[in-house]
Write a protein that binds this ligand. Structure first.
Ligand SMILES: [Fe+2]
Length: 192
């Protein structure tokens, strides 16, 4: 489980476009990930992140709506933005996943990173990653790092816990793409 300061360091890193690892995130990803081939990395991303995150989005959507409805009068200044940001996140991730799975990753596998069309798509994916990181940053801010207000009910607390876990998983996934998968392609002369 990634700690809050690691979350922040990851968001910083992934939104900046820099490729310098800070100490806080150096040990987030096991070293073995760096040894995987491009095909195995793509499989890991789809099997370990896309599937679980789609399930989480489906599970959390009614929870986010429920806490907004139940606690609207008392906590609307927090829960309306949470509802809006979560909806944005869901839309962005669902559209991003299908683009990777059906369009970009198959192209990477067949043409390699040297291909011009592939390179253009990778730039688009990185831009989408930045948008997703920005939503996560706002979500963290408005929820005070996913800490429910004092005296909150179990559904409120449980929803924030799910949002926190989803955030961490998304950040690790983006890290794997930006920092391992895309550079790995470039390293191999764009042709693995
Ligand atoms: Fe991605």
């Amino acid at each position: 489980m990634v700690r809050q300061e690691e979350d922040e360091a990851l968001i910083e890193l992934l939104s900046s476009g820099k490729e310098q690892l800070s100490e806080a995130v150096q040990n987030v990803i096991p070293q073995s990930m760096y040894q995987l081939s491009v095909d195995d990395l793509i499989e890991d991303i789809e099997d370990h992140h896309h599937i679980g995150e789609r399930e989480a989005l489906k599970r959390v959507a009614p929870m986010v709506n429920k806490i907004m409805v139940v606690h609207y009068m008392e906590h609307r200044q927090e829960l309306v933005p949470v509802h809006r940001l979560f909806s944005d996140l869901k839309k962005e991730l669902e559209e991003h996943f299908v683009k990777e799975e059906q369009l970009v990753f198959p192209l990477v596998k067949s043409k390699g990173f040297g291909d011009e069309e592939v390179r253009t798509y990778i730039e688009e994916l990185k831009e989408e990653h930045r948008t997703i990181c920005e939503i996560l940053r706002e979500l963290k801010q408005v929820t005070r790092d996913f800490n429910a207000p004092q005296g909150a009910c179990p559904t409120f607390i449980g929803t924030y816990k799910e949002l926190s876990e989803l955030t961490q998983d998304v950040l690790i996934q983006i890290y794997k793409e930006n920092m391992i998968l895309f550079p790995k392609g470039e390293e191999k002369g764009g042709n693995e």
